[in-house]
Ligand binder design. Structure first.
Ligand code: LMR
Length: 442
């Protein structure tokens, strides 16, 4: 397969690395077993394990903490920072926790699938109440430890059900290939965003989806595509649905930013369109960003099945997968969320706080991109203006990202993805000047 853009190449390269790692790991284990058999073993059963590189996103938090540069700027992990660049706890969350402190009478296990109130609330938020009611009986849901936990459980469920192949947009969130690789699914990529034209490669995406065999799982970012911020239009969602239906593909939505792109309704357009169409699909949902519950690991997985009978059986299989992984989910995050969703004054407080985060994201993107466009003499940054969500996909190369870190204490993942909430009026000039320095001056 030929890959035109460097980015597509990078992601294909990442898949190759995964495949190679798997092959090497089994080779190493075989030769090690042989040694053990021959009596060559002395020290450890784990000697064949190699030192792996740090996580490309999460490791930056700890590196940033140690950074000595007084002007340092954190544009790395997708965590919302307020105007003072603090990682805050939402007021509605604090109020909910205060109430829970008095109300909670035990810390007993939740059911294997989690808190039923939380699952229902999340379902209604995601699909809207009317559609959630329509899906009743055909939809199964489970609380999960964050969006990653939801993706993992969904992936294992698919693999267990006999669906082996999954494709991701190129590029995608760095953790997607890892998660589904661990589910032992075969991963590949479909064209999504070109770093040559800095735009969506929609025709190529559609053409590629048309070539996929039946039963292939297609990972779709529900909104605020991570890392590009480049989303599908309503018409494009319709076109993707037509191909998915015609070719018997299985959509798997990753929804981690509902409300942070445009609003709670528009950001769910794709998910709801597909759910209404009657096809079978999976959604992984995260409250990390939208309720700021990052470390509380609060999410959910939903599977829509073709009939009540299929759903009934499927639910028991999903439960077994959960039981075999972490038994039942952690309680606190789901309890916080369901208390908020069942107290109108707190729900309204949350909606106001969510809108405020969305506005700050939009304002910071505008500030950053206008300053960058004005300052740049060679590189054209107009493409990052009308993107959605927390991230700006700048197009910076790995070496430039490394220079920003070493020379300026500015941190972002190697992909050149910028979390715009790491910016404010005070540091935006510093960041823009540094970017111009590493991209336009020798
Ligand atoms: C991100 O993309 O930065 C976040 O979703 C955090 C993570 O787990 O990678």
């Amino acid at each position: 397969m030929k890959h035109r853009s460097e980015e597509v190449f990078l992601w294909a390269e990442q898949k190759e690395t995964f495949d190679k790692e798997n092959r090497l790991a089994s080779k190493r284990i075989k030769s090690y077993n042989l040694k053990v058999k021959k009596g060559g073993f002395t020290m450890s059963y784990f000697k064949h394990l190699e030192l792996l590189p740090p996580d490309p996103i999460l490791s930056l938090t700890w590196a940033f903490k140690k950074e000595k540069n007084p002007k340092k700027v954190d544009l790395s992990v997708g965590i919302y920072h307020n105007v003072n660049l603090d990682k805050e706890i939402l007021k509605c969350v604090k109020k909910s926790e205060e109430a829970l402190l008095k109300l909670e009478i035990d810390k007993a296990y939740l059911p294997v699938e989690g808190n039923p109130v939380f699952i229902k609330d999340t379902e209604r938020l995601l699909f809207g109440k009317a559609l959630a009611d329509e899906l009743e009986g055909r939809i199964i849901g489970a609380q999960a430890p964050g969006g990653t936990g939801a993706l993992r459980i969904g992936g294992e469920f698919l693999k267990y059900s006999g669906l082996e192949n999954i494709v991701f947009p190129s590029p995608t969130w760095a953790n997607h290939p890892t998660i589904f690789n661990r589910c032992k699914m075969k991963a590949d990529f479909y064209p999504y965003y070109s770093t040559e034209t800095n735009s969506l490669e929609f025709d190529k995406m559609i053409a590629h989806l048309k070539t996929l065999p039946k039963k292939t799982v297609v990972l779709l970012h529900a909104c605020c595509h991570n890392p590009t911020g480049c989303d599908l239009s309503k018409e494009q969602w319709n076109d993707v649905l037509a191909v998915v239906k015609k070719n018997g593909l299985v959509p798997f939505f990753d929804s981690a930013y509902q409300g942070l792109g445009d609003n709670l309704e528009d950001d769910a357009y794709g998910v709801r369109l597909f759910a209404r169409s009657g096809i079978e699909m999976v959604v992984a949902y995260s409250f990390s960003k939208t309720l700021g519950l990052y470390g509380e690991r609060t999410g959910a997985v939903f599977v829509i099945l073709s009939s009540e009978k299929v759903a009934k059986n499927a639910a028991t299989n999903l439960k077994l997968i959960i039981r075999g992984n972490y038994s039942n989910p952690p309680r606190h995050g789901g309890a916080i969320a369901s208390y908020i969703f069942n107290h109108p004054e707190l729900t309204n407080m949350w909606k106001a706080e969510l809108s405020a985060m969305q506005r700050r994201i939009t304002e910071m993107r505008h500030l950053f991109t206008t300053k960058l466009i004005d300052a740049a003499k060679i590189v054209d940054y107009r493409h990052i203006q009308d993107r959605k969500g927390m991230f700006c996909y700048t197009g910076l190369r790995k070496q430039q990202v490394a220079r920003l870190k070493e020379e300026y204490g500015i941190y972002m993942p190697g992909s050149g993805r910028v979390n715009v909430t790491g910016l404010n009026e005070d540091n935006v000039h510093y960041v823009v000047d540094a970017i111009i320095d590493v991209t336009e001056k020798s």
